[in-house]
Design a protein around this ligand. Structure first.
Ligand code: HEC
Length: 444
């Protein structure tokens, strides 16, 4: 065993019990050594304090990286959604915090998790593939019944003689030099060969994917998990020789009605007089709306017998109207809905926009209840129908509420009663032509 520092990895001192180890650890700590460690067969409480090991700074690094992830997540979403490519979706704000929480949260988790894992490895200087201590026969007892302190020669205060004396004085059972590992460091040749082959193999999936970019094949794609992609069933718009007409899609059997689809109450479902039902015409037909059109159904003037018109119905109607109609026709029915105002601010008429009509105007007032029901169900010229969204009874509730708006000129009926105001004395409500919008309203 050589005495020169260059050939020495460190000096090992063995102890038979924990107390000896702890006492020696305190001495080494107080002597000011930095590059040293203690090795024990099991975790020893208080050893970090005895060795003077400070708490790790990893949590702070993780905090900083977590905050970095948070800022990047928010910045990315702000940049893409509110700055680089602003896209209005359902009138939602371009930028709002709640919508961005999930992604920001995930970024915090991703950054923190990787920092914790990689930071732990880096701070511990791992991976550490070999250690000269492993070559020391006596060191094997460390996993059994001995405790050791190793002061490394790399410490800048290292002096072999003094370290030996210090550890010897600290009641070490045995003090031993650990030489530097001089065995060949290069990897064996076969390992290089294996690594080269493995590297080549990793290119195969890449090559397969690359081939898929341009090559075509007659065979179906290779499915690892077929799930339910292939089933013995007929798809829409396909052929099926089983039927004489060769179509896989079938019409309902003639003369039958699916459950819940019976529409024998013409008043309730179509808004026409029970006896004047003209099936072909009631499915929307502009001509059928004209006053002189032949074969036009007799629109219901009142309400269907199946409906009870009371305050509850009006309240339901108000609620549904506010949901489905007010965005265009305005909460008062005068056509000043938010969509209409925004369209005006954008001067949308130049793109063919048609203003929603005022439902308080004479034209709308002239419609019978059945006609308004029909308009709500099927739409009218540029207005889409709402039959698919609103069930018939609610459509009637809306009709009742539109009538109430017309009677009160858009002012709450109960409120008028409370104030003792005669609706006839009221000034006309403003229409879309009366309002001024500034071009600033057209901005985002
Ligand atoms: C997306 C905007 C929009 C919504 C929502 C909307 N409408 Fe309309 N509505 C219009 C437009 C636009 C017109 C005028 C169509 C035309 O003449 O080209 C119109 C016309 C009408 C008319 C005919 C008025 C007349 O004087 O001829 C009635 C009645 C009507 N809507 C009722 C309703 C009811 C009730 C609802 C709620 C179920 C509703 N609308 C929802 C845009 C809308």
């Amino acid at each position: 065993m050589s005495d020169s520092n260059e050939k020495l990895h460190g000096i090992v001192a063995y102890f038979t019990d924990i107390d000896g180890l702890m006492a020696a650890a305190r001495k080494v700590r107080d002597a000011g050594y930095k590059r040293w460690d203690s090795y024990t067969p099991f975790p020893v409480h208080g050893i970090d304090e005895a060795m003077g090991i400070k708490p790790t700074i990893l949590p702070w690094i993780v905090l900083v990286m977590g905050l970095t992830g948070l800022s990047l997540g928010i910045l990315l979403q702000w940049y893409t959604n509110a700055f680089d490519y602003v896209f209005l979706i359902s009138g939602k704000p371009d930028w709002s915090l709640p919508a961005n929480i999930p992604v920001a949260f995930e970024m915090v988790i991703a950054f923190s998790a990787f920092t914790t894992f990689l930071g732990m490895l880096a701070l511990n200087k791992l991976p550490h593939l070999s250690n000269p201590l492993h070559k020391l026969e006596s060191f094997r007892r460390i996993t059994d019944d001995r405790f050791a302190i190793v002061v490394e020669a790399a410490d800048k205060n290292f002096d072999a003689g003094r370290v030996r004396a210090l550890l010897g004085a600290a009641s070490a059972e045995q003090v031993e030099d650990c030489p530097v590992d001089t065995s060949r460091a290069a990897l064996p040749l076969w390992f290089h060969g294996l690594a080269a082959i493995a590297t080549c193999l990793t290119f195969i999936p890449l090559a397969v994917a690359f081939k898929g970019r341009f090559a075509t094949s007659e065979k179906p794609r290779y499915h690892v998990w077929p799930d339910m992609d292939w089933q013995r069933k007929r798809k829409t718009q396909t052929e099926w020789e089983m039927f004489p007409d060769g179509r896989a899609m079938r019409l309902p059997v003639e003369g039958t009605i699916a459950q819940g689809e019976l529409r024998d109450d013409f008043e309730l479902y179509f808004g026409v007089d029970q006896d004047s039902f003209v099936p072909d015409r009631v499915s929307y037909d502009a001509g059928a709306m004209g006053p002189s059109a032949e074969g036009r159904p007799a629109w219901l003037t009142g309400f269907p017998t199946a409906m009870v018109v009371d305050e509850a119905l009006l309240e339901r109607g108000q609620q549904r109207y506010d949901i489905y109609c007010s965005v265009c026709h305005g909460q008062q029915g005068n056509g000043l809905g938010s969509v209409a105002l925004r369209a005006k601010a954008l001067d949308a008429q130049k793109w063919g926009w048609v203003d929603p009509k005022s439902l308080l105007a004479d034209n709308a007032k002239s419609y019978s209840n059945g006609e308004i029901f029909h308009i709500v169900s099927q739409g009218v010229s540029t207005m889409k129908g709402y039959g698919a969204q609103i069930v018939p009874r609610d459509r009637w509730a809306i009709v009742a509420y539109v009538r109430a708006l017309q009677m009160t000129q858009g002012i709450n009926r109960r409120e008028l009663n409370r104030l003792g105001v005669d609706p006839a004395d009221l000034k006309p409500v403003p229409t879309i032509d009366d309002v001024r919008v500034s071009s600033a309203d057209a901005g985002r």
